[in-house]
Design a protein around this ligand. Structure first.
Ligand code: ADP
Length: 544
């Protein structure tokens, strides 16, 4: 017997029309180089309709890839809807990738047009001749004082919109499994891999930003995504905000902690999200701003140090909302909101719980598998294994089937490459990435846990732990530590601080002080760069 409900596609036109019809009076503010631009959702929707027709004028094919090379702005949000609502595929290019990777990605995706913020032209334009399929570059003038190339391929965004008639009527994407957007993983090894989101996956994932045991976006919120719109669709927050009807604030090109805190203060932002390094940078400045409007700081992309979350709780009464995921998981897979069984814990126990990556969100299933035997592991908070994920917004293969067949199991689960243990409530505690674990004498040392402990030292700003090859032990940990400005610490002090906190054989064999932990294109600690920097490093290692 079949159900007798209507078959309506789960597709992004719903997001657009809902926002246009119900929330036209709400606002989108974008910080610019010399001020701010504010539009209502009604104005934004009208511009998006013009852009939709302009994509036809530009000759973008029916499912053509529309590249964006942009900051977080209202105009980027126009592209976020106009491309998929007309059947095209939004392809957000990561503005911080190496040139060779950008060229590879744009060619692999076969981008037909690239929309680029004027301030980013100096990065993009030198590569233009290497982009084999791009026929047009549309420059979005963000007021930056950089020359616009005199080239027939270059068009002006505002002129394009002004010349276009607004698309009439409702957008339609009838097949919800059509591609809506794509993102390439940063590819720490090998070439970047293309993840292709469908309308269905994107819409379902966007709803997760509205759930109560998540960011709980509502019409009463002012949401500011600090996480870039090229980093896994800004974690679904922009689409989520449009569905909920929240006001939106976009930080634009100025991503300094001062600018971000200023926007939170001026616009009374209630919900924001970004990787831990953003919030580490803002921490010393918190006293200078009124951020009392905040109720949720979504944080993930790498482990949120317990000490960071606690520092926010102590200063502004608001710990981080920890989430875990990856480009292949759209990205939200787990979230760590407090549960009733945490109520019995003391403050320190609750901080431990918050430092966990959290429980799978609705519709996501996880399992823990021993990578060697392939056997499923119990959720007893002791056994560790690789996390595998399944669900309607989890990738089942990469674009063109390239670069990672081994990452998908025969029975259709994604192998995340993350090692974790899980408690009986399904709360994940991520031990490490498989490739970052320190394999010492047949056992594992968690670089994440060591880093968290070192960063709890009051004089330490940042710390990253990497494995150094070792003759006897295979690998041993090296701690790379950044000291807070104006402080001094010795290696012995760090080891002394760690001694009561971790197993003796986990203690790093050496501590190196560095000026800054190198960051990846999305602002995470780049262990690869550190490993290259310390290649050939010699350490004694423990006696036994
Ligand atoms: P990249 O591999 O280029 O960093 P992603 O942004 O897809 O690209 O990274 C996903 C990975 O980031 C996860 O597999 C995991 O290792 C790490 N990660 C994400 N969120 C967390 C978190 N909350 N805690 C620890 N690690 C995390």
């Amino acid at each position: 017997m079949h159900g007798l409900m209507q078959q309506r596609p789960l597709s992004l036109p719903h997001v657009f029309h809902r926002a246009e019809q119900l929330f036209g009076h709400k606002t989108i503010v974008t910080a610019t180089a010399d001020g701010e631009q504010s539009v209502t959702i009604a104005e934004w929707a009208q511009r998006t309709r013009r852009l939709a027709t302009a994509l036809d004028t530009l000759g973008v094919s029916a499912d053509g890839r529309v590249g964006t090379f942009c900051w977080n702005t209202a105009r980027h949000l126009e592209l976020y809807l106009a491309a998929p609502c007309t059947g095209r595929v939004l392809h957000t290019l990561n503005i911080r990738l190496f040139p060779e990777q950008l060229v590879y990605i744009a060619n692999h995706a076969e981008d037909e047009v690239v929309f680029v913020d004027r301030s980013l032209l100096p990065v993009l334009w030198p590569l233009a001749d290497k982009f084999e399929t791009v026929r047009r570059y549309v420059v979005i003038d963000d007021g930056a004082d950089v020359p616009i190339p005199d080239d027939p391929r270059v068009l002006d965004y505002e002129e394009l919109l002004a010349a276009a008639e607004p698309y009439q009527g409702r957008f339609r994407v009838d097949d919800e499994n059509t591609a809506a957007a794509m993102c390439y993983t940063s590819g720490t090894t090998g070439n970047p891999k293309g993840v292709v989101y469908s309308h269905r996956s994107t819409l379902l994932h966007s709803l997760i930003s509205l759930i109560a045991d998540g960011a709980a976006l509502s019409e009463r919120d002012v949401m500011m995504p600090v996480v870039p719109m090229f980093h896994a669709n800004a974690w679904g927050l922009p689409y989520g905000a449009l569905l909920a009807g929240s006001d939106i604030v976009f930080p634009g090109p100025n991503m300094t902690p001062q600018a971000i805190l200023g926007l939170i203060q001026d616009h009374k932002v209630t919900v924001t999200g970004g990787v831990p390094t953003i919030w580490m940078g803002a921490l010393p400045l918190l006293d200078d701003y009124d951020v009392s409007s905040l109720r949720t700081i979504l944080c993930g992309g790498s482990a949120v140090p317990r000490s960071l979350s606690e520092a926010y709780r102590e200063k502004i009464g608001l710990p981080m909302l920890h989430a875990w995921g990856m480009t292949e998981t759209s990205p939200i897979a787990t979230m760590s909101t407090a549960r009733s069984h945490h109520a019995a814990l003391d403050e320190s126990g609750r901080a431990d719980a918050r430092a966990r990556q959290g429980q799978p969100v609705p519709l996501v299933e996880l399992r823990l598998v021993d990578p060697d035997t392939g056997e499923e592991q119990p959720w007893d908070d002791v056994a560790t294994g690789e996390i595998q994920a399944a669900g309607p917004w989890i990738a089942r293969e990469y674009y063109r089937g390239e670069g990672g067949g081994a990452q998908f199991t025969k029975d259709g689960w994604l192998r995340t490459g993350d090692v974790a243990s899980v408690d009986r409530y399904g709360f994940v505690r991520l031990v490490d990435r498989t490739k970052d674990l320190v394999k010492s004498g047949g056992e594992w040392i968690s670089s994440v846990e060591l880093e968290n402990e070192i960063m709890a030292h009051p004089k330490v700003a940042e710390a990253a732990v990497i494995a150094i090859p070792h003759e006897k032990w295979v690998e041993r940990p090296l701690a790379c530590v950044v000291v807070k400005p104006g402080e001094t610490v010795t290696p012995e002090e760090i080891i002394e601080f760690l001694t009561p906190r971790v197993a003796k054989w986990w203690l790093p064999d050496a501590v190196e002080f560095i000026d800054e932990v190198p960051k990846t294109s999305v602002g995470k600690f780049s262990k690869k760069t550190l490993r290259d920097k310390f290649a050939g490093y010699q350490m004694a290692g423990p006696e036994e």
